[in-house]
Design a protein around this ligand. Sequence first.
Ligand code: ATR
Length: 281
Amino acid sequence: MKIFGVMGDPISHSLSPIMHNTWFRKYEMDHHYHAFQVSTNGVHDAMKGIKALSISGMNVTIPHKVSVIPYLDHIDDEAAMLGAVNTIIHRDGKLYGENTDGLGFLASLKTKYPNYERLRRVLIIGAGGASRAVGLTLSKHLSDVVDYANRTVEKAQSLAVETRQYGNSKGISILEAETQIHNYDMVINCTPMGMDSVNERLPIQLDGVTPDTVIVDIVYRPLKTSWLQHAEHQGCTIIGGLPMLIHQGALAFQDWLGFMPEVARVERLLQSQLGDSYVDE
Ligand code: ATR
């Protein structure tokens, strides 16, 4: 039996324990996955604890994805590119850091939108850690243009400077994004706006969007945000945040245990957990 987990703050609403424990049962493994509440002050002890308690693998979520790095023996190329780690592998007494967020997004896109190769021009709303993971990965692996729009436009511009090592990129204002939206094949919300329906203001208005634009939200609670509902009314293909969550988890599972778990059944399970009838396929 091996112990895995996720550390973050807050962590009580994490879906990762249900996801990984479901896979363990499905593949008749007696491993266990636990959500660890770790405050910023607790990161040092938690990282020592992984070795002391022989925990086999750990996911890392907000706000610790950057602060765990000094405790790792090695980080892979993806984690180095993103400057953040979401998966730790404990093997032969050493801690290896990886990042499956961007590649998880890419895998979910391939599953949900088989025609994904046409998505050459992409606009990302937001300029935080999630925007960085999705934007750099798309620029490196798929798209010709990855632009960022953000409330604080300077942050969008500095992310664009980094992204230009892979392709075309610029930072723009929310207003510019709204007037230029017809120029993009895909628009992705990487801000928390719309989460838990608390903030009904949309990340950007969608009046100018055309039906051939794919609209993506990384928010998965609720499964279909107001923003996605607006996009659907405009005739756009929509993709919610749950597939990305599951694919980043599946890639972490593969890093730990050596094979890719199935995702379709877990997706249906988590959809029912989130209490919504929306199925985006
Ligand atoms: P994460 O690392 O998870 O991506 P983050 O670093 O807090 O989270 O980034 C959140 C992004 O959403 C930021 O770009 C933020 O805009 P600012 O850079 O201007 O702070 C954006 N964001 C968060 N709440 C927002 C709101 N209410 N309105 C507009 N943008 C918001």
